[in-house]
Design a protein around this ligand. Structure first.
Ligand code: CDV
Length: 311
């Protein structure tokens, strides 16, 4: 018998800087209701889904940004989301900014089971952007200022008869993200993103942003024999255009379904988790084919080291 899970990507349109958490949660509850009517049992919300993408604003004193962070989860504003999801027996992934009791700041995602219980937490490892104000950019990307790199590694969790792992936005561009989770048996890797359509760190054609969005997730789904769900926060947010393109990708690397708008939009797919078995047992049978004696440079060296000598 196949393991079928009806999966969803709950894309969200822009969140204005003055939009309340309550308003975001009510939009998410609407998406939960739609998911329920489609028989969905797991949905993925975007990265930083409760606020506008605040790392685009510079603030000298970081503590003045505290209102953008969640100090506990669930909290008063998000409890209705947990309750609606539990009533509908829908598990979910939610991205938000976390401020710990010790004053540490992370770009975080949680995995919530079908009873509204938090069963997993991930803190973004690959933080893009910069830590100081950059006058050359039309808007800032200050993730390195407002977050520290995640300290929890890439966990996986048994959920709904499958093994799930989490990542956040920029993580999707790094093959190590997927490979580490796949070595722990991940069958579904889920992530949310906020990706401006403009590369402010270098000259690049705007259309490549969507191409690379899909290229990275599709290739890594294929190379690890797993399902990948990528969910955008999309549209023009405080004057900054964020790409959409939320999608559910099969272990073949093909996109099973993709969002058509830049608004709040739910896409769903009845995913057979057992189709991961063929690639995991054959061409990407890690135990049979990996040659780790040649891979040590991946964990022992961070940047490029050129061969010695002159050309
Ligand atoms: N939120 C992100 O991590 N955004 C990055 C941008 C800065 C390139 C991304 O990888 O989409």
């Amino acid at each position: 018998m196949s393991r079928i899970i009806i999966l969803g990507a709950a894309q969200m349109g822009p969140i204005a800087p003055d939009e309340s958490r309550e308003s975001c949660v009510s939009r998410m509850v609407d998406l939960i209701k739609q998911a329920s009517s489609r028989g969905c049992s797991f949905i993925v919300f975007p990265e930083l889904a409760l606020t506008t993408f605040f790392p685009r604003y510079y603030e000298e004193d970081i503590t003045k940004m505290d209102d953008w962070y969640e100090k506990e989860m669930p909290n008063k504003a998000t409890r209705p989301l947990f309750e609606a999801a539990a009533d509908a027996k829908i598990g979910f992934y939610l991205g938000y900014a976390e401020l710990t009791p010790e004053g540490r700041r992370f770009n975080t995602a949680i995995l919530v089971d079908q009873n509204g219980k938090i069963v997993g937490k991930y803190r973004k490892v690959h933080l893009p952007g910069h830590s100081e104000y950059d006058p050359k950019r039309p808007f800032q990307h200050l993730e390195k200022r407002y977050f520290e790199p995640g300290d929890l590694g890439f966990g996986v969790w048994r959920q709904q008869g499958s093994i799930m792992g989490m990542a956040i936005c920029n993580d999707r561009r790094w093959p190590e993200t997927y490979r580490v989770m796949s070595l722990k048996g991940a069958e579904i890797i889920v992530l949310g993103y906020n990706t401006p359509d403009l590369n402010t760190s270098g000259k690049e054609q705007n259309h490549l942003r969507m191409f690379h969005n899909h290229l990275t997730m599709q290739s890594n789904a294929y190379m690890n024999g797993c399902w990948v769900i990528g969910t955008a926060k999309a549209g023009i947010e405080d004057g900054c255009m964020l790409i959409g393109g939320s999608c559910i990708i099969q272990p073949s690397g093909e996109i099973a379904t993709q969002a058509a708008t830049l608004d709040d939009e739910l896409i769903t797919f009845a995913a057979d988790i057992d189709i991961c078995n063929m690639p995991k047992d054959t061409i990407f049978n890690f135990a049979k084919h990996r040659r780790i004696e040649h891979y040590s440079v991946i964990t022992e060296q961070t940047g490029v080291e050129l061969p010695k000598g002159l050309n």
